[in-house]
Design a protein around this ligand. Structure first.
Ligand code: SF4
Ligand code: SF4
Length: 306
């Protein structure tokens, strides 16, 4: 394996320990910032932009004005709903450092591979005992390809199991560098229909489908993940179309149907944004069972949930 660039820098917004999801055993999930899509149901909206972002928790605010004084460009006005002029904000983090109440919180920190590895190594015993490892999530880890490659190489050098959640959007060159470093790829395929994909995620899906086929030649083990979203793909035709496409892929061990939830909805207002799927209810169990039967009838193992 080529030398590991431990000083490679990426923007990380969360390191979640002791996860029993997103791969086998006990895992640490490293969440990277930046995504090519903006899915209306995204439960981590703070992941979408590449640069750090500010959460404003109005309930915690004691209106002390320290953030106003700390902001070097005058982007905070106590009279403005949500305080921050988000067009002007340069994401310097000075307001969060000045805030005594935890009301202003920065999401996203620049970290080197060496710094992330220092965190991950603390749980190495758990990975070894449980057959676990690390999972890269986001955001889209492929949007920070040099950092992702260096981090995965460092993990492989320690013998850890590696997994990554991804939409598969990247150049073929990046895919060839990153995908072989993974023991498990959790690949999102949201719909077969490009116009609907664009309406709900902001981008068409031709590249995603083309890359999925290329990835399936490179990956050791793929779990396809389909978020089941009412008004988007919560119908038999949509699920059958995805499953039929998956029959053309190699190295797919299973397909997960992930029922819609709105757990991330409150984060949108903290970021000064609007949630795009207000009033949508999770799909009913009976429908999910029907979709599972459709997927299995095409010879693909199917699991409801993560
Ligand atoms: S992050 Fe920096 S620029 Fe943005 S509001 Fe806070 S202090 Fe001002
Ligand atoms: S520094 Fe924190 S508590 Fe004080 S006004 Fe700003 S956000 Fe509110």
């Amino acid at each position: 394996m080529a030398a590991i660039d431990s000083e490679q820098t990426g923007t990380v917004f969360n390191i979640q320990k002791f996860s029993l999801h997103d791969g086998p055993g006990i895992r640490t999930i490293v969440f990277l910032k930046g995504c090519y899509l903006a899915c209306k149901w995204c439960s981590n909206p703070e992941s979408q932009k590449t640069e750090p972002e500010m959460f404003y928790h109005e309930r915690n605010c004691i209106h002390c004005g320290r953030c106003v004084a700390a902001c070097p460009i005058g982007a905070i006005d106590p009279k403005r709903p949500g305080l921050i002029d988000r067009e002007a904000c340069t994401h310097c983090g000075a307001c969060a450092q000045a805030c005594p109440a935890g009301a202003m919180v920065q999401s996203g920190t620049k970290m080197t591979v060496a710094q992330v590895m220092d965190e991950l190594r603390k749980d190495e015993t758990h990975y070894r005992r449980s057959g676990g490892g690390i999972t890269l999530s986001g955001g889209e880890a492929l949007a920070q390809p040099d950092f992702t490659e260096a981090l995965l190489k460092a993990c492989k050098a320690r013998g850890w199991h590696t997994a990554m959640e991804s939409t598969g959007i990247a150049s073929l060159k990046v895919l060839e560098r990153v995908i072989p470093l993974l023991d498990l790829l959790l690949l999102d395929i949201k719909t077969f229909y490009s116009a609907r994909h664009e309406e709900f995620t902001g981008h068409p899906n031709e590249v995603i489908l083309r890359n999925a086929l290329a990835i399936s030649e490179l990956a050791k083990n793929i779990a396809v993940r389909v978020p089941v979203i009412p008004t988007f793909n919560d119908d038999e035709q949509s699920i059958r179309a995805i499953a039929t496409f998956v029959t053309h892929m190699k190295n797919v061990s299973r397909l997960h149907l992930l029922p819609y939830h709105n757990y991330g909805q409150n984060k949108y207002s903290l970021l000064g944004r609007q949630y795009g799927l207000i009033g949508i209810k999770p799909p009913e169990d009976g429908r999910l069972q029907k979709y599972k039967t459709i997927v299995e009838s095409l010879g693909i193992a199917c699991v409801i949930g993560g």
